[in-house]
Structures are given as C-alpha cells and as structure tokens.
Design a protein around this ligand. Sequence first.
Ligand code: NAP
Ligand code: HSE
Length: 444
Amino acid sequence: MRDAVGVGILGFGTIGTGVAKVLLRNREVIARRLGFPLQLVRIADLDTRRDRGVDLEDIRFDDDAAGLISDPRVDIVIELIGGYDAARRMILDAIAKGKHVVTANKALLALHGEEIFGAAAKKGVDVAFEASVGGGIPILRSLREGLAANHIDSLYGILNGTTNYVLTEMEQTGEPFEAVLKRAQDLGYAEADPTFDVDGIDAAHKLTLLVAMAFGAQLTYKDIPTEGIRNVAPVDIEFAEEFGYRIKLLGIAKSHTDPAGKPRIEARVHPTMVPADHLLSKVDGAMNAVAVRGDAVGTTLHYGAGAGELPTASAVVGDLMEIAREIQRGQAGRVAPLSYMPEELHAVDLVPLGELRARTYLRFTALDRPGVLSHITGALGQAGIGIESVLQKGRGLASESVPVLVLTHPAAEADVRAAIDEIDRLPDVTGPTRLIRIEEELSQ
Ligand code: NAP
Ligand code: HSE
C-alpha cells in the first residue's frame, strides 16, 4: 500500500479552486475515511497570477499542463478546464500515460464519451464524472449502483442550476432575464458560454449521460429535442401560477416500446409546466433534482446543489476517493462507467415529438379586436384540439396586442403544431405563438 495517492488539477477556475479547498480543508476526514491521504501535488492553469484565496504551500502551480500529466507523483488527473479540444487531448494523453481521470466536463463526455471510455478501458484506468450531472448530487452513483437492480421507467430532472436560478429569480423578484443571468454567471453557476445553459444544451448533455446510464441507450445530445428558456416571458410565469403550475426547465426521459415491441426512448429538454404541488416545482435557485422511477423501487427523488464551487467539488473529491481506493487495491474498473457493460450500450430510436400527447399551454399574441378569440379557438377546434380554459388579460386598444392564454386538453403535438401554424397566419395574430408542455404524469 502506498503512503498517499497523488492528484493534479488541470484548470484552476471555479471548480478547480473548490476542489483544492475541499482537499485542503477536509484532508483529515478524507484520510480517516480512506486510511491514507489524498495529496494535491500540482495545479496547472493558463493564468497563474490571479489569487484564488487558497494556500498553495507545497503545491506546484504553473501553466505546464503536459508536465502535470507526465508527473510521476500524479496518479489521478482532474480535468476542470471545460470545453472540447484541449480537454479531450489532455484526458486522452493522461489515459495513454496510465493515469486515472476525474472530470466534470459533460459537454465533452456527451460528444466524445465513447472514445474516452474506450481508451480508458483499454488502458485499464478509470474515468469518473459524478460532478458532470447534478453538481453535488450523487445521482450517477445512485443510478450505477444503488438503483442498478431496477428497470428504469422514467426520469425527470431539473438538470441546470443556472436556468433554474434565472426562472426562480424572475418569478420572485420580477427582475429581467439579462440581469439575473449576469448574477448566475458572477456566482460561478454558468458555463463559460452561457448560451449552453440558456438554450438547454447543457441539460441535453447531462440527459445524454443519464439516458445511457438509465436505459443503456446511446444517443448524441444533438438527437435530443432541446428548447431553452429564452422564450419564457414573465407573463408565462404569471399565468402558470394562475393555472396552478410553475415553469421548470426539465430533462425528461422515458422507456417505451413501439407497436412491434422494439425499445424506444423518449428524451427531451424544454420548459415544462409542473403542478405547483409537485416536489419538483419546489426546487428553487441553483438547486437541481432528479426523480427516477424504477420498476422495483418506485420513485426516488435526488435533490441538492446543482452548480457552484464547493458542491461540485464535493462530487469531484468523492470520485477521487473512490479511484484512490481502487489504486490501493490494484484494481480499476470496478463498475462500468455508464452503468451497462460497454457492449450492452446500443443506439435506440427516439420517440418523435409529434407523437407526444400532452396538455399544452399556448400563449397567442393578438390584436384586441372583436372576433379574434373565436378565430383562435375555431382553428384549434378544427384541428380536433379540445380547450380546457381560456384567459385574456388586459384590454388594449384595437391596435394593441394582448396575450391570449389557452390550456388544451391532451392532444398530439403534431396536431397542436399544425393548428399553431394556421393561427399564426391569422391577420389579427401579431407574434409567434409560444407553447409550453404540461407534464401530466407529475400530477399522478
Ligand atoms: P472556469 O471557471 O472557466 O475554469 C476553467 C479554468 O481552466 C479557467 O481558469 C481557465 O483559464 C482554465 N483553462 C482553460 N484552458 C486551459 C488550458 N488549456 N490549460 C490550463 N488551464 C486552462 O470553469 P468552471 O466553472 O470551473 O468549470 C470547469 C468544468 O466543470 C467545465 O467542464 C464545466 O462544465 C464543469 N462544471 C462546472 C460547474 C459549475 O458550477 N461551474 C458545475 C459542474 C460542472 P482562463 O480563465 O484563463 O481561460
Ligand atoms: N452551468 C451548469 C449549471 C453547471 O448551471 O447547471 C453545473 O453543471
């Protein structure tokens, strides 16, 4: 048994700093749990001047990423620079040199996971990535181990802390989108390119990993129908409340079979109306939550901080500890990284969005003229879409646009889309209609 296991951090930004802080301040409890210390020996970042508020005595800190990867004292390389090219190169280089890797980089794994996990398996090293989904929540370990006995039926996740923070703050303070997003960036929640958060791409990256782990299904994130929160207006948040819902950006995945018995997966990311009394609707700020339903266990709910320095560092250091134990036992690859044996991961057809049947919230923008409501409801009726409620707020001049809100009965999305196309061509309709799906199963 070695006296210590050595680790090196690539990328001394928000999460890299958090990892250094946790390793230093919790070193004793970590050593008491492991039976040996985890030693932070090196850190590399492009910017070596900025003070991160961490005491780096005895820790080498420079801009030499290649040197860190080659350093014989470094057993585990932690990739926290983010992005694609450099991160991929460094991870593959570390694996080639026989180093284990811990990363929080869901964007990279959602695109190049197969290559990276394949290289690690060949070399007999581990790649751990708990921090890449759900921040500090150990959701991947739960799927891989605690829930491994189950057929997973469905999962619903608030998977992005930034957008949940933005929606919560817009609702509670009435502040505009841009101001709240800026604050989420300042708090270290957002991706380097925050459009990944706002447009749902980050949640789609995470859902790609969850779908593999839950169903053994190989998707690329680009296959997942994805819509972010850009088109959610304060008026939607207000009316959602009147109708008894809150709006959350959800990643949703369900297991299906087609009429011939072939497995299919429903996977989608979009703003969703969640019943106000459901636990997911009470998840606020940068918190995340994932509801997983398994055939044996029923529904389990996993909740915690979904982004930020220390919660994410908690997941990274948990991975380090697991790998360090394996290093001491001389054994890597205890559990398949994506929960299924690699040869059991298969491409699976996705259920097309048009086939979904859901109740839907529609916000039309129309001139406040006599007859406009009957034109809208008439077009919906002609498409066979039943209306549950209609709300028109604020009377304007006949020359002013007002929102007209409709809740539909369950209908096929293809029919709803066709009716919207028709309605958006009406002369009194002045802006594109917004659609937000209502997740009925969360009411049960
Ligand atoms: P960050 O604050 O931007 O930190 C990244 C650091 O890496 C920066 O200091 C950056 O330096 C440095 N860097 C970039 N390219 C480098 C290179 N070639 N060599 C050495 N250093 C390099 O990002 P972060 O928020 O810590 O996120 C890191 C990773 O964790 C990302 O994959 C992200 O998706 C993931 N993650 C983040 C969170 C969160 O809450 N922030 C949560 C979960 C997962 P410059 O600033 O000079 O470019
Ligand atoms: N930008 C991500 C989020 C970081 O806001 O959820 C955590 O993965």
